[in-house]
Design a protein around this ligand. Structure first.
Ligand code: CP
Length: 319
């Protein structure tokens, strides 16, 4: 694997899950693989889990790690071509990227959707510039349209906790005060559609996701109905995808907050969320603190998904 930006880059999921669980059982088994290799992690946006878990994963493999927060201490970067750079941006991404590539063996990039220009976001302009101009393998640490390391960790978690061969997994929109990208739900749907799970997406009218990610999922606008018999509830907020409301909050209806009454409709489902989560907007205290909440093991699996991906990239590096 050269680059990792979506589910298709990782190949058969059963093999990826097997490899991930082997890594989890002995995460230092390949601690020489990354010796004298450097991972550069570039953050255009904030992070807690991705930053810590990916760095830990690289360290488990013996790598050196450099972390750059682009908006804290680096030159302010211009990302558009053709701009007359007479403002506050001192450096263009098209010089910065190949320079960054000089100092490392692979690059992890976090660059969220701006939610202003759907075409710019959905073409994955920033991530693809890193792939094109860095000369190094690149993996996504959440880009404009997908969060594949999160989705891989989610899949590992479901595989660990499922008690049925074909569990019912429900992705539920939940309210949030700010406009959030569609990357996590897009990506979760993309990965779930590669499994044979019974996969359902529920959201209010107006929050339809890009059909390329919805795929064969069942879309149910009645949240209670969607929750009936579910084995896993995956809550997440996202802003509108459909025009003319792209990137906007069109509803903060707290009737969609995941609470104990709704969880009682399920088949004793596990509660999942990628975190960070706004309590009593997305999910009540009672549900997230319940024994059926698996948000912490889910976050712990971020180290495993990252280590599996970095190990595969390292394995194909040409010295
Ligand atoms: N879930 C996730 O990506 O968390 P961070 O934004 O804290 O990295």
């Amino acid at each position: 694997m050269r680059h990792f930006t979506n589910v298709h880059d990782i190949g058969p999921l059963d093999q990826a899950i097997k490899e991930a669980l082997q890594i989890k059982s002995d995460r230092y088994a390949f601690s020489d693989l990354g010796r004298n290799k450097t991972l550069l992690m570039i953050f255009f946006n904030n992070s807690l889990r991705t930053r810590l878990s990916t760095q830990k994963a690289a360290m488990n493999l013996g790598m050196n790690v450099i972390v750059l927060d682009v908006n804290q201490g680096a030159w302010k970067l211009e990302t558009e071509r053709g701009v007359i750079m007479d403002g506050d941006k001192s450096e263009h991404l098209l010089e910065a990227i190949p320079v960054m590539g000089c100092y490392c063996d692979m690059i992890g990039v976090r660059s969220f959707a701006g939610l202003k220009d759907k075409k710019y976001d959905y073409e994955e302009t920033v991530l693809n510039q890193f792939i094109k101009y860095s000369g190094k393998p690149v993996f996504s640490m959440e880009a404009a349209t997908r969060h594949p390391l999160q989705s891989f960790a989610d899949l590992i978690t479901i595989e660990e906790y499922k008690t049925k061969e074909r569990p019912k997994v429900v992705l539920s929109w939940a309210p949030h005060p700010k406009a959030l990208p569609q990357a996590v739900p897009n990506s979760f749907a993309e990965w779930m559609n590669q499994t044979d799970y019974d996969f359902v997406i529920t959201h209010p009218h107006g929050y339809e996701l890009d059909p390329q990610f919805v795929g064969n999922a069942k879309v149910e606008y009645d949240q209670d109905k969607a929750f009936e018999g579910a084995d896993f509830i995956y809550a997440k907020n996202w802003s509108a995808y459909a025009d003319p409301n792209y990137g906007q909050v069109i509803n903060t209806d707290r009737a969609w907050t995941v609470d104990s009454r709704k969880m009682a409709l399920t088949d004793n489902a596990y509660f999942m969320h990628c975190l960070p989560v706004r309590r009593n907007m997305i999910v009540t205290d009672e549900v997230i603190e319940s024994p059926r909440s698996i948000v912490i093991p889910e976050a712990a699996n971020r180290e495993i998904s990252a280590q599996t991906v970095i190990k595969r990239i390292l394995s194909e590096l040409v010295d």
